[in-house]
Design a protein around this ligand. Structure first.
Ligand code: AMP
Ligand code: ZN
Length: 132
């Protein structure tokens, strides 16, 4: 099956486009979790942010930064979450690298999102020993 984000980047599938240049396209998420929920996507196919080369990373995150500021100003958001899921366990459903820009509001009726970091009881030195 063709990749849906490659199809959108090529203009073969319509999207609510908010920005486009040579390398990157940004469009509204079809199932928005907040008012203005936007996806920033490289035009070339790569699976996730760990597989993308530095130039792509720079372009996608650079666009996300600039666009985040614009969304915040234009939509009157009071905050912004930036999220990139990699792998099924992390919630990735489209296997083409993308960054979610999720405007946040003091007015909770403008969002349908809960992001909670529950603390785990871990020995951090043990964790560090595995990573290093
Ligand atoms: P993820 O779960 O991180 O892979 O995010 C994929 C996102 O793509 C989901 O939030 C979907 O709602 C969104 N999505 C899937 N298909 C489309 C589409 N055709 N146009 C816009 N957004 C889409
Ligand atoms: Zn693709």
């Amino acid at each position: 099956m063709d990749c849906i984000f490659c199809e959108i980047a090529a203009g073969r599938i319509p999207a609510k486009k908010v920005f486009e240049d040579e390398d990157v396209i940004a469009f509204l998420d079809v199932n928005p979790t907040s008012f203005g929920h936007t996806l920033v996507v490289p035009k070339t196919h790569v699976k996730n942010f760990m597989e993308a080369d530095a130039a792509i990373i720079g372009k996608v995150f650079g666009t996300a930064s600039a666009l985040g500021k614009i969304l915040q100003e234009k939509l009157g958001a009071s905050g912004m979450n930036l999220l990139s899921n990699a792998g099924e366990s992390a919630g990735q459903s489209v296997d083409h690298f993308h960054v979610h820009l999720i405007p946040r509001y003091d007015d909770r009726t403008k969002e349908a999102l809960t992001l909670e970091f529950g603390p785990m009881d871990l020995d951090l030195d043990q964790v560090l020993a595995k990573i290093r």
